[in-house]
Design a binder for this molecule. Structure first.
Ligand SMILES: [Zn+2]
Length: 295
């Protein structure tokens, strides 16, 4: 979700009956992703869908004016405006990225930091998996794997919402002016409003780890960016008040395709983290068995 404040405002003004735009969408996608994991993934992880899906909403919960530093720091990690930065050669760190933005006379928060948040949390999960491999019975380690996996889910799924990747994020911008279609929240809400089920999303879905983490993330962003026009074209059904879009096959087909992309990419990053964890060398000063007495 890109503009939670805006959605809350919309709910307040237009009397939305219940909380649940993207947050429940993330939940459905994350349940689907954990269900789609292959049987050779650890069983604690395959059994942990509830916890992972719970945490998958937290990056949006963090957009709270009562926690100003977190809100300000976190806002740009939910998007990346592909039109503003040639993303084929993303620098390895946020700091190098900020310097490159300065050279281009742009601000990092104008472009967005979504690929960095995605890569960083995937690596955090890879580290937790590496600890799990060494201390497989430690419940604390298992719990943190599920928590980091929730963050990975959120950002993997943000990459797969095409309107998180474009300056036309809330409807097409013409002559410097955004349209008033409020398309972002309409697309964000599709999975919830169409009541997609994890079982339907998972059917026939296969996923593989990426060879190189950031290159895989950038490739996924390019693939999903190609669907910006398709997403914006949904305005013909979602904007007019007299269209029964919930029964429009084109809208359902679009939503189901996005849900599959998002689930597949979430699984792909879980498998990537698991594969990375095989080669990660933990420092000698960590001894979880001694530190976590009783685990
Ligand atoms: Zn978000």
């Amino acid at each position: 979700m890109r503009q939670l404040g805006m959605v809350l405002f919309a709910l307040a003004v237009f009397g939305g009956a219940a909380w649940g735009w993207w947050p429940r969408g993330h939940g459905v996608l994350t349940h689907a992703a954990v269900q789609a994991l292959p049987p050779d993934m650890p069983s604690f992880f395959r059994d942990g869908a509830g916890m992972v899906a719970h945490v998958a909403v937290d990056p949006d919960v963090a957009k709270n004016r009562g926690t100003l530093h977190l809100e300000r720091a976190g806002h740009p990690i939910h998007y990346f405006n592909m039109e503003l930065f040639e993303a084929r050669d993303l620098p390895a760190s946020r700091y190098a990225f900020a310097r490159r933005c300065a050279e281009l006379d742009k601000k990092p928060e104008q472009v967005g930091l979504l690929p960095y948040a995605t890569a960083e949390y995937t690596e955090q999960l890879a580290l937790a998996f590496a600890e799990y491999r060494k201390w497989p019975k430690n419940v604390y380690i298992q719990t943190k794997c599920l928590i980091y996996a929730g963050y990975v889910a959120h950002f993997a799924q943000e990459i797969c919402q095409p309107l998180n990747l474009t300056i036309h994020w809330n409807g097409r911008v013409v002559d410097g002016k955004p349209s008033r279609t409020r398309m972002h929240e309409k697309i964000d809400g599709l999975l919830q409003n169409l009541d997609l089920k994890p079982e339907a999303i998972v059917a026939g879905l296969t996923a593989a780890p990426v060879d190189s983490l950031m290159a895989g993330i950038v490739a996924q962003m390019h693939a999903r960016f190609k669907e910006v026009d398709h997403a914006l074209s949904m305005a013909q059904y979602l904007v007019p008040k007299d269209v029964d879009w919930k029964h429009e096959p084109a809208v359902r087909a679009f939503a189901e395709a996005q849900a599959k992309h998002a689930t597949r990419f979430t699984v792909s990053l879980y498998l990537t983290a698991w594969k990375m964890s095989e080669k990660i060398k933990l420092p000698g000063w960590i001894d979880r068995r001694e530190m976590d007495q009783g685990q």
